[in-house]
Design a protein around this ligand. Sequence first.
Ligand code: SF4
Ligand code: SF4
Length: 437
Amino acid sequence: MNKTPNDIFNFQATSDECVKCGKCIPVCTIHQVNADEVTSPRGFIELLGQYKQGNLELDKNAKNIFESCFLCTNCVDVCPNSLATDMVIEEVRADIADKFGIAWFKRIAFYLLEHRKVMDMVMKFGFMFKTCALAQDDKGRGLRARFSLPMVKKGRLLPSMSKVSFLNAYPQEIPAPIQEQKNIRVALFIGCLANYNYVGIGDSLVDILKELNIDIFIPKDQKCCGAPAYFTGAVDSVERMTKANIEYFESFMDECDAMLIPEATCSAMMKHDWQVFFKNHDMPDWEARAKKVGEKMHMATAWLDDNTELQNLLKEKGQFTTAVTYHDPCHARKVQGIYEQPRNLLKPNYPLVEMSDPNRCCGFGGVTMQTEKFHFAQAAGKPKAAMIKETKAHYVSAECSACRVQLSEAMNHAEVETIFKNPLELIAEALKVEKKS
Ligand code: SF4
Ligand code: SF4
């Protein structure tokens, strides 16, 4: 079941409504890799209720437990009462951040995500000197750590880096090739990983929109959607980034038919969690403003499939023999109900092979899971890598760069040869193929 921004829960109500049926336990990502009642949705809810009643101290042990949830929403999907365990955990993480502070490396990361110009310089510097610590993966899947770094073990696969970010590579306005009386005009929100690391996603989206004769607007002052900070409980950073983005988006949204987002996590954050955040922090005006700008936001494949002729255009093109398996990002399928549209756009040109459980969480889990608790992310990624291998597909695809980071490393660790591509990259490739005769 998809959660909606109106599904706001507080600790006590959530705890009282849990009927302890245990349906959530077998599907819980953390419970699958750490089979303990306290690291299960039912356990989290019980502890959160105790915390709210003053019977549980928020000590290091409790912090450790609450930081082990992947926020995958599998539990919400199966719970008969749709209890949003992830949302109450997001809230308690703000209390944890208040009490324990935020680790230095996360504070640096959130500062950079808020300050695009500084981030641009850091990424340029990183690109120039990357070979000191990182080696190019021989299959072109990313960069491999040459030696162990803080929180990154030797051999781990990290995202590739680009010399020029997507936002700096294009002009703000890209008019459609043929100007008609009223062209469709879309704004693009690119997301930080696609901006700096996986720039092929934005390039592909631009190519697809040109092919569809759509005017493109690239708002240069967009900031991070705030998801990494939100999942860590960094309330001040979230508030600054979301408010700055909303004010900026309001300045041009009326002149756009839609804002396309090629990233499941950014899209879920901006369409849903912004409203949840403002509601939980008692800012009704901002909640209404977030709702208004959110109405025009769409995940790119969903909007392209629902509103354009792209599927028909692809049907006119030839077929590749390279098979694709599609992974459903938690923030797309479970949070936004999107699963058919990317498949509809891949099927015309690629043999699609489903893995045994495309809906199983990849195990990315956020900044804390990818650093301090990487052993959990690694354990959660292992079965997914095995599932991908079983399909014998050449590509695994998902409209989410967080899934890409996690699955690329999981496959690297398990020596699976499959290559990750965002569906937009595969679709853009298919559009270049000659028409069927
Ligand atoms: S959000 Fe995912 S990891 Fe967290 S309790 Fe629910 S199922 Fe478990
Ligand atoms: S499925 Fe829902 S009601 Fe049942 S134990 Fe889990 S959280 Fe509680």
